[in-house]
Design a protein around this ligand. Structure first.
Ligand code: ISE
Length: 346
């Protein structure tokens, strides 16, 4: 059986999971190499997972002939470099969200992918979650008539590491939108099969005024008149809570469950259930199916399912949300990239 040699750039929280899935759970793939900005981490993960080579740079990994395709899971600020390295060496690439941290970088990455004639897939894993996939299928079958409203709840128990940089490290501008809400923006476009034309967002630092915003509300207006309401709360304390409602003219779909299992505990003190606590738990199957689909499609020479343009569209909404907070007003799309003037990390 043909097996795709995959190199993983960035073996932190999600990159390590992807590397494990490739090494242990995907028979049509093999872990050809890993890279990380921390060479000690790269070497340790390579030795533990049985990857024959490890590198300290994206370009060295992408240049390795044993690496047939590249999975970019580094920090968001390094996604551009990972995609450019894959394109430079003519390798297909799966890039974790966000595609990049700025629209200018996204356009640069998309141009390089097109010029190199390689395929770029974006890692919006919720599309591979059974609940969200069933909702999409039922919408397409007309179960709720015309979808007109998406309400999304997206809560983390604690501030994700990507929004809590090490002292002195740069902060991701609009992190609550670009790093977290971007999942909800992609799912909104996908479930309603429509484009966003206006974004209005507010945000607040619940945890600590000196820390990044960890609470945000975004209102989305779609081209055909539908609306979206996205709530992201990154320090809720009780668990990892991702749910959605999609209301249509003939019904409503509900997706998501905070409970980690259907096991409950009843005592004299009352009834309790264990909540899901992390995205690796809530979306474990989705992450596996996402990479399995990418490997299968790459081996079959098929186009991506979640395209670079999908990645750019979600980033544009997230960028508009950041601008809406900064300017205190609704922001119309499409954005003039020159008017988004953020390094993305600052
Ligand atoms: C993280 O990067 C993810 O992708 C999770 O799905 C999201 O819930 C979390 O807020 C992000 O930081």
């Amino acid at each position: 059986m043909e097996r795709l040699g995959v190199g993983v750039i960035g073996v932190g929280t999600i990159g390590r999971r992807h590397a494990e899935n490739i090494a242990w759970r995907l028979p049509r793939a093999r872990l050809a190499a890993v890279a990380d900005a921390n060479p000690v981490t790269a070497r340790a993960v390579a030795e533990e997972l049985g990857a024959p080579r490890w590198y300290a740079s994206a370009d060295e990994l992408a240049a390795d002939p044993a690496v047939q395709a590249v999975l970019v899971a580094s920090t968001a600020s390094a996604h551009r470099d990972g995609i450019l390295a894959a394109a430079r060496h003519r390798k297909d690439v799966l890039c974790e969200k966000p595609i990049t941290t700025t629209l200018a970088e996204a356009d640069e990455a998309l141009a390089a992918v097109a010029a190199a004639g390689v395929r770029l897939e974006i890692g919006f894993m919720r599309r591979f979650d059974p609940g969200f996939a069933e909702a999409k299928a039922r919408i397409e079958a007309g179960a709720i008539g015309t979808p007109v409203l998406l309400k999304a709840t997206h809560r983390n128990a604690a501030l994700p590491p990507s929004l809590a940089p090490a002292p002195g490290a740069p902060r991701l501008a609009g992190g609550v939108f670009v790093d977290s809400a971007i999942h909800d923006y992609d799912q909104a476009r996908w479930l309603l099969a429509d484009e966003v034309v206006e974004v209005h967002a507010v945000a607040a630092p619940v945890l600590d005024p000196a820390r990044p915003d960890d609470l945000a509300l975004t209102t989305l207006r779609f081209a055909r008149g539908g609306l979206g309401a996205v709530e992201v709360y990154l320090t809720c304390g009780y668990g990892y809570d991702v749910r959605a409602e999609i209301a249509g003219t003939a019904g409503t779909l509900f997706v998501g469950d905070l409970r980690a299992s259907d096991c409950g505990l009843a005592t004299a003190a009352g009834l309790s259930q264990r909540p899901v606590t992390h995205w690796l738990e809530r979306f474990a199957g989705a992450y596996l199916r996402e990479v399995e689909s990418w490997v299968d499609r790459t081996l079959a020479d098929q186009p991506p399912t979640i395209t670079g343009q999908d990645g750019r569209a979600a980033l544009e909404i997230a960028t508009a949300a950041r601008l809406s907070v900064e300017q205190g007003r609704p922001i119309r799309l499409p954005l003039d990239v020159r008017a988004t003037d953020s390094s993305g990390v600052g």
